[in-house]
Design a binder for this molecule. Structure first.
Ligand SMILES: C[S@@+](CC[C@H](N)C(=O)[O-])C[C@H]1O[C@@H](n2cnc3c(N)ncnc32)[C@H](O)[C@@H]1O
Length: 243
């Protein structure tokens, strides 16, 4: 089974592909969207879940999503169609760093996709290029809650602690006007949802040729989470304005 198929199954119960619950997503969007007819861009939009929620909440809002995954784009297109939101959503299947647009955006989102740009500050630099005057950025990325093991760094990347992360963001010319640090419960719920969904799928499809591979992957990933990064990995979302 390829990575994209596996990812679709893993996120079946948690369509936001980041450790955030529905209330946190709603509040972050509310803080990021400053006008009802906002133009919103999501760089690394995955299945478009953030944009679909923003569109559903604001009938005059227009949204564009960029993602490199064909499967995620297809999922976003299908979901937008079934919710009747497709006329206000434009999807771009391409690398987010290469995306250009003739118009700027009032909100640029990028949650859990900083690896697409090479880190948090390059993500903010990309967002800045798309921002309308007075616009906001909603960015979500990891940080270390506790000193990480070497294994955790190799697995997830080299983050800073929360205070240092904020220092770097503010020194780069941004002022946080809202923020959310994922709770232990949100982080645990996300991991259980991902590896539990994979395991359930394998148990529900014992005759599928991929069943044992999927069950083994669920066990490996659950163990990596519990042994390597459950204590150290944190996740923060920031709503930013240019200082
Ligand atoms: C962890 S998911 C987050 C998806 C979404 N932002 C969310 O929170 O639900 C990361 C997404 O980044 C996308 N991605 C990775 N590299 C990319 C790139 N170079 N350009 C665009 N998207 C990319 C992946 O396909 C995936 O959909």
């Amino acid at each position: 089974m390829n990575r994209e198929q596996m990812s679709r199954i893993a996120h079946a119960r948690h369509p936001i592909k980041s450790p955030l619950d529905d209330d946190s997503v709603r509040e972050l969007l509310a803080q990021g969207i400053s006008q009802p007819d906002a133009r919103v861009l999501d760089l690394g939009c995955g299945g478009g879940e953030w944009l679909l929620r923003a569109l559903a909440a604001s009938p005059r809002l227009r949204a564009e999503g960029v993602d490199i995954s064909e499967d995620a784009m297809a999922q976003a297109r299908e979901a937008a169609g079934s919710l009747g939101l497709q006329e206000r959503l434009v999807l771009h299947h391409q690398a987010a760093a290469d995306f250009t647009s003739a118009h700027p955006f009032d909100l640029v989102l990028s949650v859990g996709a900083a690896h697409a740009f090479g880190g948090l500050l390059p993500t903010l630099a990309a967002a800045r290029r798309h921002l309308a005057p007075g616009g906001r950025v909603l960015v979500g990325d990891g940080f270390w809650e506790e000193e990480p093991s070497q294994e955790a760094v190799e697995m997830l990347g080299d983050f800073a602690d929360l205070a240092t992360t904020l220092d770097r963001v503010t020194a780069d010319g941004w002022t946080p006007v809202h923020g959310h640090v994922s709770t232990r419960r949100e982080r645990d719920d996300y991991e259980w949802a991902c590896w539990g969904s994979l395991a359930s799928w394998a148990l529900d499809h014992p005759d599928d040729p991929d069943s044992s591979e999927v069950l083994a992957t669920a066990a490996t990933r659950r163990s990596e989470w519990l042994r390597s990064y459950r204590e150290s990995f944190g996740f923060v979302c920031l709503v930013l304005r240019q200082t």
